[in-house]
Design a protein around this ligand. Structure first.
Ligand code: FES
Ligand code: FE2
Length: 405
């Protein structure tokens, strides 16, 4: 991450500027049909969800060798397994005989997987090692009937899956972000809590409520608006459509904020910017994560149809050792969920709006640049030639506005 001095200077610049920086592009309207056109939804499915690194959970869910969990949030049947050798692997949860699910409980522990339909048996490498009545198969080459693998890579204890066998490595995808994330020690973060919310809007509408601070004064007057100064917000755009915001916290008046001792431990390596700002990252396709010295939530927005979404809200915290989970986590999450409810209040109304006869395009401003960058980058990922012209985003953000580090 840039040094504190540089970032402080950027915050000062943003606070004092009278307009966007010299030469910053005007954004043509985002086509509103990107939220409603079934063709675009299908393109996302084929070219975005199928090729991107997707957040698949946390090692604490499968803590010991032999532990597995079913992961179907991305709409594909997957089993994720902590193997005896200590690796984490993923397979389609689909028997190579006639496609029955191998694992039917959401979590469990097993040395091998035995299909409940006709008993085909697979080891932890996914190899077919047992076949009932093999004499009845003519020339079946067992070595070609291993479970279909799914790519699985980790950032510390955070698990990411990819359905594209040829996807570039996870570490390449997030290369500019990895050095900034080191301070949070992803390999030591503990699973704290997870909530799921059903939202009645396109997944991008829900996600975009968490990718700008332009809305803060309107929908969070009593909460976020009192904590951060949105005018000082610094947006940074990264290759691949990822982004970051740094919004300075307002120094609190201690007589006003009831002082309740926070018993959550700190991640001691976290630097000053993350302690004095809201430092939030957005990752293509569907993640938002504001990180600080106590840990981080990961918001993951999953389409369940073109106009419904599941929001998974995961919480990970600094290791609290052998003590019980710090009690402040519960009160903090309760407070945070109130803010999430404020953010989500417009979802179904916006969905009705973008589906209406009249709705055309979305004029985005400089503060909303991460949204435009996301859409522009996603068109690249989908392949511009696949997208009907009226649904494309004009790529006006040139490389000079994108940070390589
Ligand atoms: S479908 Fe699994 S053994 Fe037949
Ligand atoms: Fe918000």
């Amino acid at each position: 991450m840039e040094d504190t001095h540089t970032l402080r200077a950027q915050i000062k610049y943003e606070t004092e500027r009278k307009g966007p920086p010299e030469g910053f592009p005007q954004f043509p309207d985002l086509p509103g049909k990107r939220y409603t056109d079934p063709r675009f939804y299908e393109l996302e499915k084929q070219h975005l969800w199928r090729t991107s690194w997707l957040f698949a959970g946390h090692l604490d869910e499968i803590p010991a060798p032999g532990c597995f969990k079913v992961w179907d949030t991305a709409g594909q049947p997957v089993v994720i397994l902590h193997t005896r050798s200590g690796e984490v692997r993923a397979f389609y949860n689909t028997c190579r005989h006639r496609g029955a699910p191998l694992v039917r409980e959401p979590h469990g522990k097993a040395d091998r997987f035995i299909c409940g339909y006709h008993g085909w048996t697979y080891n932890q490498d996914g190899e077919l090692i047992g076949l009932r009545d093999q004499r009845d198969f003519v020339n079946l080459d067992v070595s070609c009937r291993s479970l279909y693998p799914v790519r699985l890579e980790r950032l510390g204890k955070l698990l990411f899956a990819n359905f594209d066998p040829n996807a570039r490595p996870l570490a390449d995808e997030f290369a500019p972000l990895l050095p900034q994330w080191e301070q949070f020690q992803f390999d030591r973060l503990r699973f704290v809590h997870k909530d799921s919310f059903t939202l009645h809007c396109n997944w991008k509408i829900a996600m975009e409520a968490n990718m700008e601070v332009y809305h803060v004064r309107s929908i969070h007057p009593q909460t976020v608006a009192r904590l951060l100064d949105h005018r000082g917000n610094v947006n940074t755009l990264y290759p691949g459509g990822h982004g970051r915001m740094i919004s300075p916290l307002i120094v609190q008046n201690h007589t006003e904020t009831a002082e309740i001792a926070d018993d959550r431990p700190d991640i001691d390596t976290v630097g000053e910017i993350a302690r004095t700002s809201v430092l939030s990252f957005n990752m293509v396709p569907n993640l938002v994560s504001p990180m600080n010295e106590k840990g981080l939530p990961i918001f993951a927005f999953w389409p369940t149809s073109i106009n419904t979404t599941t929001l998974e809200l995961w919480w990970f915290g600094a290791d609290w050792g052998n003590a019980p989970k710090p009690r402040s986590w519960d009160s903090y999450i309760e407070y945070f969920n109130m803010i999430v409810a404020e953010d989500m209040q417009f979802g179904d109304g916006i969905q009705q709006g973008v589906e209406s006869y009249a709705f055309g395009g979305v004029p985005l401003n400089y503060q909303e640049a991460r949204l435009y960058h996301w859409h522009q980058s996603v068109d690249q990922i989908i392949g511009i030639e696949h997208i009907p012209p009226e649904l494309r985003v004009v790529p006006v953000i040139e490389s000079g506005w994108i940070s390589q580090t």
